[in-house]
Design a protein. Structure first.
Length: 289
């Protein structure tokens, strides 16, 4: 009464693909900049994040100064951490919450006496009817501006999308002999979901994780640009684009550096996700969505 082994080495096989390796390199470069930047910035430029380096919007130093005369390169190197941290946190909320909701819905879908499937999926439909930016604006209007509040909002809005994928994958697993045998022997539902179902739907969930991370990066940066995320004077890529956009022609690096970093990170995670989807489809014999 044990589930068949999860497709062995899905990640290992995925990274045999050239597309995945290129995506990993792009992603790791940006992650390295975000993690090491706060330490390397002052060493390379001689300025702290909030130090005055010259008159505003002057091409002094390597990348010039920003709207308050602070060194652009220093703030760029220090500004990737919040984007990555918030995007990862929002993705984790969406994946964990969506996987639990989807498995519960899919597992109970065949039980005629259970309304749990309809309750979860209709609740997800309600959430999907609200655009994420609208929910973020509403949350800010009611609770005030906070980076972690937006993480929670983005994560919650990911849940119904992940739940749909998890539900469909669970439906295809729930009828397998090893799951039916576990139910016949009276194994508790939570144990069946954790030990029999979850290991066999990791492929679709990993693909969904990559997609949600890509979307989270874009949402976090966009909301920071709108002033709804990290607040001044903190260094943040989305906020940096907003602060320096009025002088794009005079000192373009204040905008171009964070834009390029976000674009490279997004392209890198997309390439890994596409490779995961193709490998998962090859394993299951289904076409990628």
């Amino acid at each position: 009464m044990s589930a068949p082994a999860v497709p062995a080495g899905l990640l290992r096989r995925t990274f045999r693909r050239r597309q995945a390796r290129i995506g990993a390199v792009l992603t790791l470069v940006v992650v390295a900049v975000a993690l090491l930047g706060p330490v390397l910035g002052p060493l390379l430029t001689g300025y702290g994040v909030d130090d005055f380096a010259g008159r505003p919007f002057r091409p002094d130093g390597v990348a010039g100064t920003d709207d308050l005369g602070r060194d652009v390169l220093t703030r760029f190197l220090a500004g990737g951490g919040p984007v990555l941290l918030y995007a990862l946190a929002a993705t984790a909320i969406g994946i964990v919450g969506g996987a639990i909701a989807g498995m519960l819905a899919g597992y109970s879908a065949g039980d005629r006496t259970s309304r749990l499937d309809s309750l979860i999926m209709r609740g997800g439909d309600v959430l999907l009817s609200f655009p994420q930016l609208v929910l973020a604006l509403l949350a800010v209007a009611v609770l005030g501006s906070s980076g972690w509040l937006l993480v929670l909002v983005i994560g919650i809005t990911h849940i119904p999308r992940v739940a749909r994928v998890a539900r469909q994958a669970t439906l295809s697993v729930a009828g397998q002999d090893y799951v039916l045998a576990a139910r016949m022997y009276g194994v508790p539902r939570r144990r069946i979901l954790a030990t029999e179902v979850l290991p066999n739907i990791t492929g679709p969930l990993m693909v969904e994780l990559g997609l949600r991370l890509t979307y989270s990066i874009g949402y976090v940066a966009s909301l920071s640009f709108l002033g709804l995320g990290v607040q001044p004077p903190a260094a943040d890529w989305g906020l940096q684009i907003n602060e320096n956009r009025i002088a794009l022609i005079v000192t373009p690096w204040g905008v171009l550096l964070p834009v390029l970093a976000i674009a490279v990170l997004t392209v890198g995670t997309n390439m890994i996700t596409d490779a995961l989807a193709k490998e998962s489809a090859d394993t299951t014999g289904e076409a990628p969505a």
